[in-house]
Design a protein around this ligand. Sequence first.
Ligand SMILES: Cc1cc2nc3c(=O)[nH]c(=O)nc-3n(C[C@H](O)[C@H](O)[C@H](O)COP(=O)(O)OP(=O)(O)OC[C@H]3O[C@@H](n4cnc5c(N)ncnc54)[C@H](O)[C@@H]3O)c2cc1C
Length: 393
Amino acid sequence: MKRVAVLGGGPAGAFAAAELSASGLRTVVLDEKLAWEKPCGGGLTYKAYHQYPFLMHNDTPKKLITQTVLAAPGGGEVSLKLNEPLLIYSRYDLNRLLLERAERAGAQIEKTRVLGIERQSGGWRLKTKSGALDADFCVVATGARNPLREVGTELTTSDTMSALGYYVPGENDRIDIQFLDRLQGYIWVFPRCGHLSVGICGKGEPALALRGRLERYMAEKGISSKGASFYSHVLPSLETRAWKKNRIAGDGWMAVGDAAGLVDPITGEGLYYAIRSADLAAKALLSEAGGLAEKLHAYRRLLRKDFSADLEFSSRLARRIFLGRFLFGSVPARMIQFTRRSPRFSSLMQDLFAGTQSYLGLKNRLLQNLNGSLFEVAMSFGFSRLLPGGSGT
Ligand SMILES: Cc1cc2nc3c(=O)[nH]c(=O)nc-3n(C[C@H](O)[C@H](O)[C@H](O)COP(=O)(O)OP(=O)(O)OC[C@H]3O[C@@H](n4cnc5c(N)ncnc54)[C@H](O)[C@@H]3O)c2cc1C
């Protein structure tokens, strides 16, 4: 393989390019914008910066947040102190950090739009805004709005969420998460350096209605949209059946990040999966074993083993978590009440925020802890007085 073309220079593309060029492969990154303020919260979980410490240890401006306030209708609110803080970047800064890293590793970075790709005798001919280019292999990292229809995940409307919001001038030191009535999604307020990213994501509801919900929330909380800039984008949120037939690799290409649909259908977390999938794609491509077909197979296997089976399971839970009912209340409301009243449940929420609790392991942990958590909740309501030996007996 002489030259790899990485189509798209967001977190997934930039990370893949850094890995490939560091191993001596001639790699070119083609991105129409390069570093830009891609609509995003910019939040990286502990799981991401623990596994990729350079995300924490650099001079790029960032915020480390340890306090989160969760709220839901009928559940009030709860303040959760994060033992493992959330790391928040502006996307311009994060993209720049990753692209510079790729360039230092030897990748060639080119600002241009890829207009089309054509398979030709074992390689690719790429048509770009600035001309044509040949490559032996393509890493497809063009994000959720991938315009190259023949490669990457085939996203249907039901496999996406709308996500929109405002960058609001201001400072804050906590994250707010607000669940809403009958919405598979949530509102977030993420503090960044010099401004807040206030946004909403939701599945199955038109963007205009989501914007209305967000603006009502902002008015209630006194968050002015004066001087704020509006953003909107699409977020992959694959249904379970879509995970089963997800098009992540094919003859001469592998897709990474949003272009491969690799986003958590519950939280919308995509940055870690963009970087992790790029890492796994590079590992598979650079592996000694076999020919190209084996490398594609290895990539699918690595993804499945590492996290995509967990994300598939998350797609099964998503509706139940946002829209389900438990003990005569909504699941988000109960989640907040349990977090407030049960140290065990609060510790589970901590781990979910840190990204260290898998969805596949969630059921067992909940079952193991349910009696204990219910007991703690009951105690917090003062039920101890009703027990033998309690002050009420
Ligand atoms: C509103 C919103 C909030 C979010 N908040 C969070 C969060 O807080 N934490 C989190 O983990 N995830 C979050 N996400 C998800 C996260 O933004 C994505 O998962 C992440 O950006 C995926 O990275 P990527 O490199 O795959 O794609 P992208 O970041 O979308 O990068 C794709 C790149 O490809 C380029 N490109 C596309 N087409 C072409 C073309 N034809 N030619 C040349 N270049 C092209 C684009 O310019 C872009 O730079 C959020 C998403 C949204 C929409």
